[in-house]
Design a binder for this molecule. Structure first.
Ligand code: NAG
Ligand code: NAG
Ligand code: NAG
Ligand code: NAG
Ligand code: NAG
Ligand code: NAG
Length: 692
């Protein structure tokens, strides 16, 4: 099969190739088309045109030949490859036969012959056009050249016209009179118009030059579509009022300017008349939108109308959004590519009578007020809005949905960021490492700015690399809403070790550039030593005081010592002195005194510090049987002691918590139990104290 196929191909090539390259006479030209162009003065030479099917490789000469019907003589002139001219002196009026010959070094070819009467190929100049316009119609008229130049009567004319904005002509053939009327033209619109005519004999003229006329203006119709552009972050100070230019069908003339009425929350309204011709920039207009650049401070609402020479539109009213009114009430979905932006949302559970319409808007990130901004108003029964345009890739577009109530109150529902095409973030978030402890640190960062995100951040990737063994740990941290800073606590680090941490944003296009920082964790529990030293000093002082007191009491055997005297009172609760003293002596002295007055001091008085959570939620300390057994039988006392306990408890906590890391402070449970541990570890028992 294959050999059969290739033989076929070969034989075809063998047939074709020599034909392509073999020397050959030129192809025959097309039938010539001839006419006699006339101007105001004369109709003389015959011009003929043809298609040559020229082979540029081989030089070819073209000649035009003709012969009168009543003569045998053949004339010829050299021509170009597409045209030739028969001079007036070289032909006689009447029947004429015309053909074209092409000739090169290999031979010659001849076209078919065209046969005509010279009177039938006369082509008069186009008619001259004039026009009149009034309120109801537009009338074009023209003057034929038939009678004037050739003494012929007018044949048929063809008319075509369009408005300036249209691409396609509207045509009318077979127009017999020298005028044409367009009924009910669009007001204030420029119309373009052309005509061509033939006489009762001869060819159709060329089209006249385009004639333009503006139809009569009337007052503009309808209302402006007004909205406000408050930027990406919907800050009132960023707001500008913006509106869409009226289409010509509504403008009905040249819009000369706009009247903007500003109503203030506190004060009389102000009317501002901005002219479209005014160069002083209170008004800025782009292709399809205009915006009002003056400050809207304290403005509660605006109304705008457009005017032309004949009148103005009805004012359109817009209540400006009130600050801070933005709720993520309704989820909206975006489908976006570089040409279309489709927004859809769920219909409300119940269609409110009060709802007038939805407004969907988009704002391109990084654009100044009034630019990169568009909006559409959507019927309240619909739940989709489509924008067609050009959406730059890797660029954030913020799309928001609003409801407008019957009383024109605007309610902002949900802003969503969309991208036509997502890229990877061009930088990582700026972050810092704080609260560096021995086994953990806290990372905090601001989100990557919108202009550098290039896509929706799905999550942040945090990579921690240990300086010691080079091992990586990767965390995915879900991204918080834009503009909110984030923190992340790195746990399970080794003390006293160097680490490198890298953070990068991840979009659907992948991870972006990263930001890195290095840090070193603290050595193991640096505060433990400090706490031990401080406690040691305090205890040393306590021991010394105890020794002195004990020795003094025993050796001199006097009853000067407060604590000793107290031991002789059978029931301390009844003692006025005790109560009195309890108020007067400070806590630390009480601490010292209570154990000393016991004849057989119990260790637990000093040592066992338990935490009891009462039903009232208070945490109190039971200091051995000192507080709980002696005092707690008496309600009033109990209250006093409870307060004391709380105070002690509080102080104890404060003292310790001052020393521990602020992070641990939050964790009250942990710090308390650890300090209890310290006491057990470092405080000597009372026995040790007494013996020492
Ligand atoms: C026509 O062209 C040929 C070839 O170039 C030339 O020989 C001849 O003289 C020309 N005739 C006229 C009338 O120009
Ligand atoms: C606004 O200015 C235009 C042109 O100056 C003027 O014709 C028009 O009457 C003005 N309108 C008001 C309300 O002042
Ligand atoms: C955008 O929408 C138009 C009209 O619906 C559609 O013809 C066109 O293909 C869309 N373009 C893209 C890129 O999807
Ligand atoms: C809101 O306007 C619509 C149409 O104009 C009307 O049908 C509806 O009753 C109005 N609702 C209220 C609450 O005014
Ligand atoms: C982070 O997310 C990526 C992509 O979803 C996944 O492949 C990776 O395993 C995740 N890593 C961790 C530590 O969760
Ligand atoms: C992140 O940083 C590391 C180390 O600096 C580098 O090797 C890596 O290529 C970076 N990744 C990206 C995506 O920039």
């Amino acid at each position: 099969m294959a050999t059969l196929g290739s033989r076929w191909l070969l034989s075809i090539l063998l047939v074709i190739v020599p034909k392509c390259f073999a020397p050959a006479p030129p192809a025959s030209p097309s039938l010539p088309e001839c006419y006699i162009p006339c101007d105001e003065n004369n109709c003389a030479d015959i011009r003929c045109k043809w298609d040559s099917r020229l082979d540029p490789e081989i030089p070819t000469h073209y000649s035009l030949h003709w012969k009168s019907a009543n003569s045998e003589q053949v004339y010829g002139i050299n021509g170009t490859s597409t045209s030739g001219t028969i001079d007036r002196e070289d032909y006689v009026h009447g029947e004429l036969r015309v053909w074209v010959q092409a000739k090169n070094q290999h031979g010659s070819a001849q076209s078919q012959a065209a046969l005509f009467n010279t009177a039938d190929i006369i082509k008069l100049p186009p008619p001259t056009v004039s026009s009149v316009s009034d309120q109801d119609s537009l009338e074009f008229s023209w003057k034929s050249t038939c009678a004037e130049l050739q003494d012929l009567s007018l044949g048929q004319c063809e008319v075509q016209y369009r408005t300036e904005a249209e691409q396609v002509w509207r045509e009318d053939k077979d127009v017999l009179h020298g005028s044409y009327t367009v009924d009910s033209p669009q007001p204030g619109t420029v119309y373009e118009f052309q005509v061509r005519c033939s006489c009762d004999r001869g060819l159709m003229s060329d089209w006249s030059a385009i004639h333009r006329i503006r139809s009569t203006e009337t007052a503009p119709d309808g209302e402006l579509d007004v909205w406000s552009d408050c930027g990406i972050f919907h800050k009132i100070s960023d707001c500008v009022v913006t509106w869409k230019k009226l289409p010509i069908s509504q403008a009905r003339g040249l819009i000369l300017g706009y009247e903007v009425r500003l109503s203030y929350s506190n004060g009389a309204p102000v009317l501002v008349n901005v002219s479209t011709a005014e160069p002083t920039g209170r008004l800025a207009c782009e292709e399809t939108q205009c915006h009002f650049t003056s400050s809207l401070k304290d403005v509660a609402s605006v109304s705008v109308s457009a005017y032309n020479a004949r009148g103005a539109t009805k004012p359109s009213y817009l209540a400006l959004p009130t600050p801070g009114e933005q709720k993520n009430e309704q989820a909206i979905r975006l489908v976006m590519n570089e040409e279309n932006l489709t927004v859809s949302w769920d219909p409300p559970a119940q269609l409110s009578d009060n709802l007038k319409e939805y407004v969907v808007q988009y704002k391109q990130a990084g654009c100044p007020p009034g630019q990169g901004f568009d909006w559409i108003k959507v019927n309240k029964r619909q739940t989709t809005g489509i924008f067609e345009g050009r959406y730059i890739k890797y660029t954030a577009y913020q799309v928001s949905l609003f409801t407008v109530s019957n009383c024109s109150k605007v309610h902002h529902l949900s802003p969503v960021i969309g991208y036509s095409v997502q890229g990877t973030p061009s930088r990582g978030p700026s972050f810092e490492v704080s609260s560096i402890a021995d086994t953990h640190v806290t990372l905090s960062w601001e989100p990557i700015p919108l202009s550098e995100q290039n896509g929706v951040i799905l999550y942040y990737q945090v990579v921690v690399e240990s300086g010691a063994d080079g091992q990586n740990v990767v965390y995915n941290v879900s991204a918080s809403p834009q503009r909110e800073s984030q923190t992340f606590k790195l746990l399970y680090l080794s003390p006293g070790q160097e680490y490198e941490v890298r953070i990068r944003g991840v979009t659907t296009a992948g991870p972006g550039e990263n930001k890195t920082a290095e840090f070193k964790t603290k050595d193991h529990e640096p505060f433990a030593h400090l706490i031990a030293v401080v406690l040691g000093i305090i205890l040393l002082a306590v021991i010394c005081v105890l020794c002195i007191l004990y020795r003094a009491c025993r050796e001199e055997n006097k009853v000067w010592c407060l604590s000793a005297s107290l031991t002789k009172v059978p029931d301390a609760r009844n003692s006025h002195i005790f109560r009195h003293m309890k108020h007067q002596i400070n806590d630390s002295f009480a601490w010292i005194c209570i154990p000393v007055n016991e004849p057989h001091p119990k260790i637990s008085l000093l040592e066992v510090v338990e935490k009891i959570s009462g039903p009232d939620g208070f945490t109190r300390i039971a200091v051995g049987d000192g507080c709980s057994q002696v005092d707690c039988q008496d309600d009033r006392r109990e209250k006093a002691v409870k307060e004391e306990c709380q105070r002690t408890d509080h102080r104890g906590r404060e003292d310790y918590s001052k020393m521990v890391d602020s992070d641990e402070e939050r964790d009250g449970e942990a710090s308390w139990s650890s300090s209890e541990g310290y006491e057990k570890h470092f405080m000597p028992t009372a026995l040790e104290v007494l013996e020492g």
